[in-house]
Design a protein around this ligand. Sequence first.
Ligand SMILES: Cc1cc2nc3c(=O)[nH]c(=O)nc-3n(C[C@H](O)[C@H](O)[C@H](O)COP(=O)(O)OP(=O)(O)OC[C@H]3O[C@@H](n4cnc5c(N)ncnc54)[C@H](O)[C@@H]3O)c2cc1C
Length: 293
Amino acid sequence: MNRDKLPRFTGPNRTGELQFNYMDRLVRRDLRVARTEDITPRYRRVVLVGDDLADGFPLANFAPDHVRCFFPNPETGELVAPREQPDGSWPNEGGTGDPIHRDYTVRGWDPATRELSLDFVLHGHGFASRWASRATAGDPLVVNGPSSNWLLPEDYPRYLALGDETALPAIARIIAEAPAEAHVTALIEIPDATEEQKLTGAADLDLHWIHRDSAPVGDGHLSALETALRAWEPPADPATLFVFAAGETESMKPIRRFLRREAGLTKDQVVVDGYWRRGVDGFDHHDADIDDN
Ligand SMILES: Cc1cc2nc3c(=O)[nH]c(=O)nc-3n(C[C@H](O)[C@H](O)[C@H](O)COP(=O)(O)OP(=O)(O)OC[C@H]3O[C@@H](n4cnc5c(N)ncnc54)[C@H](O)[C@@H]3O)c2cc1C
């Protein structure tokens, strides 16, 4: 991808559609854990610091995009990650093994303290989840990106943000950063009530926690979230609504189909991403194959 030739967007996105605000260059940041905070029993915030944040971090408003994190191999201790060379290539360094990387939403950036926060689901399997559950001050983490910021459109009166717990950081940012005069509905599927978080923003908020362990899953539905979405009453005029949805890939497919085919929303009004796939380690969301209509 030639970044110089890509379109640039600045300021609030008032085009009614998602925009990609590509960075001039991809930046690698070698960071370390400053501290961790247990938000809920299965959600941990990791606060990162480092000299590579001295020049700031490109956090854009209403753009809950992600970075690519590179983790140390727990067996060898090697942290293998690519570093840009003067010729523009990105060879791996730090060891001979394959890099171990996963994508995480930027939950927060504090320009005053130069702290970058990522929130990790502690789901019990996988390198990233295990790393976060054991992370202590001083642990290294390489963070690449963002390569772009997805700017959500800021000119809708109503937003619907839905997903499972992996989408919680993105949904939390949508709630926090939505235009004050807008109305936000959030449907968030979590295991149980102990995983609820306090989410606030200036917009009018209608927040629904769906407890997976007890919420009913409708006939033929893949998730309690889909059942909850179908029970939700959309606005009388569908053109007033913008939807962001993310979570387990297979569960997201019927959700996108419902939004497009039954709720009658146009392509521009719907962004659905597959953040992980059941049974797949290190799933790449570019393979999510959800935007099939
Ligand atoms: C753009 C983007 C933003 C994301 N933002 C966040 C974020 O802010 N916070 C966050 O926690 N996650 C986020 N994710 C999801 C996260 O990248 C995946 O859950 C990732 O697979 C976790 O890596 P792992 O090494 O722990 O597990 P993996 O090694 O990838 O997977 C091991 C096993 O665990 C399963 N698994 C993976 N994730 C989960 C889960 N959440 N619950 C139950 N089982 C799971 C897999 O299916 C596999 O069977 C995001 C993903 C994308 C694409």
